[in-house]
Design a protein around this ligand. Structure first.
Ligand code: ASN
Ligand code: ZN
Ligand code: CA
Length: 331
């Protein structure tokens, strides 16, 4: 049946967690009836179709090891649950589409696939390859689901400045989901993909305090050339904005991770906190931007949003403004 149950998940990245399931003894289903019916399926190496919904006799799922097929599913399902809760409890958003409907997560996609993606209706996760672990960490899940939120709100294009804003939005909210989780194992940070070992040497995929640290071409500061970059690099300036708006310039250690962020225009200032910055950005995304929005629209939209939320001349509004000036975004 579809009665709401709470299972125990032995995850790969987040320790032992509780996950929303349904069903009854002998036949539990990895379907979260309390969260719009979010459910998780096994593609078993395939690359199309719905996959097979995970089931379990005793409602204790996974072992924490990748060799157990349920483990990646626990992480994906948990990430989906956290992302649902974050949007609902922080932004009042009822699921990706704000219609109360959950979404499917598919794990074990393809063979040694080193990526995860949102395709317009669902999340899909690869198992990784070699030293790279399954792509199911909290920030990755939050990133992918947030592509759905962007699609359902601003509808930002995936090219030009808009492509960078789209990617950064997923990094911003993936990060906020990670902080929201307050998980002792997968702690909140301003790094993206730090758990999956995608570079094979323990370094993350992206750094919000100084995006150029990725060594791949992410920009720290907006330029007229930003629009020509891959969205994962043109995201740099907005990721940098989010860090600066949240934490300010200078050195800082948070949850054991050290950051050093500087402005592009020589200014120094304090942050307004990540909860404020995220609230401003969510309002900007959902009420100010559209498919072709550029960095100027992001800057103007965020300042207007901060005025609406906190008042013109408020410390929050000033901080948002300073951080946009600090990435050289055009006005
Ligand atoms: N994981 C990647 C992303 O969400 C997939 C892609 O390049 N679209 O950005
Ligand atoms: Zn993305
Ligand atoms: Ca992270």
């Amino acid at each position: 049946d579809d009665e709401i149950k709470t299972g125990t998940g032995n995850s790969m990245y987040a320790g032992t967690v509780t996950i929303g399931t349904s069903g009854s003894s002998g036949n539990y289903v990895m379907k979260d009836t309390a969260r719009g019916g979010n459910y998780t399926t096994d593609l078993n190496g395939g690359s199309s179709g719905a996959g097979t919904t995970f089931t379990d006799a005793d409602n204790v799922w996974g072992t924490g090891a990748a060799s157990n097929r349920q483990t990646a599913a626990v992480d994906a399902h948990y990430g989906s649950q956290l992302t649902w809760d974050y949007y609902k409890n922080v932004h009042g958003r009822n699921g990706i589409f704000n219609n109360g409907q959950g979404a499917r997560s598919r794990v074990h996609y393809g063979n040694a696939y080193v990526n995860a993606f949102w395709d317009g209706t669902q999340m899909t996760y690869g198992d990784g390859s070699g030293n790279t672990h399954p792509l199911t960490a909290i920030d990755v899940a939050g990133h992918e689901m947030s592509h759905g939120v962007t699609e359902a709100t601003a509808g930002l294009n995936y090219s030009g400045d808009a492509g960078g804003l789209n990617e950064a939005t997923s990094d911003i909210f993936g990060t906020m989901v990670e902080f929201y989780a307050n998980n002792p194992t997968d702690v909140g940070d301003y790094l993206i993909g730090e758990k999956i070992n995608i570079n094979g040497n323990g370094t993350p995929l992206r750094y919000m305090d100084k995006p150029s640290k990725d060594g791949r071409g992410s920009q720290d500061c907006w330029t007229t050339g930003t629009k020509n970059l891959d969205p994962h690099y043109s995201s740099g300036p907005l990721n940098h904005w989010f860090y600066l708006a949240s934490e300010g310039t200078g050195s800082k250690t948070i949850n054991g991770v050290s950051y050093n962020s500087t402005s592009c225009n020589g200014t120094t200032f304090a942050g307004v906190g990540r909860d404020v910055a995220a609230k401003v950005w969510y309002r900007t995304l959902s009420t100010k931007l559209s498919s072709g929005s550029n960095y100027a629209a992001a800057r103007n939209g965020a300042i207007t949003s901060a005025k609406e939320l906190y008042g013109a001349g408020s410390a929050q509004c000033l901080g948002i403004q300073k951080a946009f000036a600090a990435i050289n975004a055009p006005a």
